[in-house]
Design a protein around this ligand. Structure first.
Ligand SMILES: NC(=O)c1ccc[n+]([C@@H]2O[C@H](COP(=O)([O-])OP(=O)(O)OC[C@H]3O[C@@H](n4cnc5c(N)ncnc54)[C@H](OP(=O)(O)O)[C@@H]3O)[C@@H](O)[C@H]2O)c1
Length: 319
């Protein structure tokens, strides 16, 4: 199917920005809703992008957004929610109800293609509300078949310039050299954002992707502690991770949950109780994933950033 316009719900965020650029490069128009236009300022100059202030939780607004596009990508995801069983109300709205309503809106508007981003480790019996709600979201998307051709992509933690993962630890290590943490031995397989969005773009264009669920991971498995130590090395702020026993870490997380933008919640800690790694190939089609070590220093290392800045300034002076 020739794609002319794609709706990217949650497209103003980290992964969405990379995907929007990728689709724009291919000459595909993107429609991107945002709750606040100021949050999507970085997309306003992108050719072929139509940034729309809209409430995607409103049925009529969602219907208008879906109307006239060839495909939908869903990237809405949150890390924190009120508590609840099997998941809290905020997870339910963002991860379960929204996919259900997107499927309904696609059906209503005759849109037959959805690519949905879930998360590695999503399972109905997972230890955290985040992962349980992501599993319920996947089921909501699969229920769109056969009239809606779906593809689900399940990334491990995603890295790249502007990520909220490695940058979070780089920011913490700048001020706190000793990090007492729960879940330090959790295993993760970080995937580069450009590899992930290449996969999403391929999924949109490739008919054989319909009905497929793909994991997306990087070439190497690390413990959280190893990743934080690596971030410390490249950002010139070496730190010491002090693994905390889970009951103590839970108390620490309960306190952090009271902060305006909590760096960690009890539910996040529960997610870390299961490995975030794939038991299959890291990417489909035998694609070679990008090593973390080739990208992370470019945005985490202050010396690399300075060298690039002065290199750029020198090149500009030569022109
Ligand atoms: N980043 C990772 O490491 C990672 C790993 C595994 C899975 N994922 C999944 O990948 C997807 C995209 O992640 P990301 O890192 O790009 O996230 P992000 O940077 O936080 O972007 C998510 C976007 O969704 C929108 N959004 C957030 N909460 C919303 C809500 N309650 N209602 C409506 N819109 C909301 C926001 O748009 P506005 O603020 O502009 O409205 C935001 O730009 C998510 O589903 C996430 O769970 C990410």
């Amino acid at each position: 199917m020739k794609l002319e316009e794609v709706l990217i719900v949650g497209g103003s965020g980290f992964i969405g920005t990379s995907l929007a650029n990728k689709l724009a490069e291919r000459g595909i128009r993107v429609r991107i809703p945002t709750r606040r236009r100021s949050r999507a300022g970085h997309l306003l100059l992108l050719p072929n992008a139509n940034v729309v202030e809209a409430d995607v939780h409103d049925d009529a607004a969602l219907d208008r957004l879906v109307s006239g596009v060839d495909a939908v990508v869903n990237l809405v995801g949150i890390l924190h929610s009120r508590e609840g069983k099997p998941y809290g109300a905020d997870f339910e709205q963002a991860h379960v109800r929204l996919p259900q309503r997107l499927v309904a809106a696609c059906r209503h508007n005759g849109v037959s293609r959805i690519v949905h981003v879930s998360a590695l480790g999503a399972r109905a019996d997972a230890p955290s509300g985040y992962l349980r709600s992501k599993a319920a979201g996947e089921e909501a998307i699969r229920a769109g078949a056969p009239d809606i051709g779906w593809t689900i992509v399940r990334p491990s933690v995603v890295f790249g310039p502007g990520d909220r993962f490695l940058n979070l630890f780089a920011g913490l290590l700048k001020y706190v050299p000793v990090l007492p943490m729960g879940g330090a031995s959790a295993r993760l397989q970080p995937v580069f954002v450009e590899d992930l969005t290449e996969l999403l773009a391929t999924a949109l264009e490739w008919p054989e992707a319909v009905g497929q669920t793909w994991d997306a991971a990087g070439p190497k498995v690390y413990t959280l502690e190893q990743l934080i130590e690596y971030v410390g090395e490249v950002s010139d702020h070496r730190g010491l991770v002090v693994p905390l026993p889970m009951p103590v870490a839970m108390i620490q997380a309960a306190v952090m949950e009271r902060l305006p933008s909590p760096p960690l919640s009890r539910d996040n800690l529960r997610s870390l109780q299961v490995d975030n790694v794939t038991d299959g190939p890291p990417l489909p089609f035998g694609a070679a994933p990008t090593p973390l070590e080739t990208v992370a220093p470019l945005y985490l290392s202050p010396t690399r950033r300075k060298a690039e800045f002065f290199g750029l300034a020198a090149r500009k002076r030569e022109v």
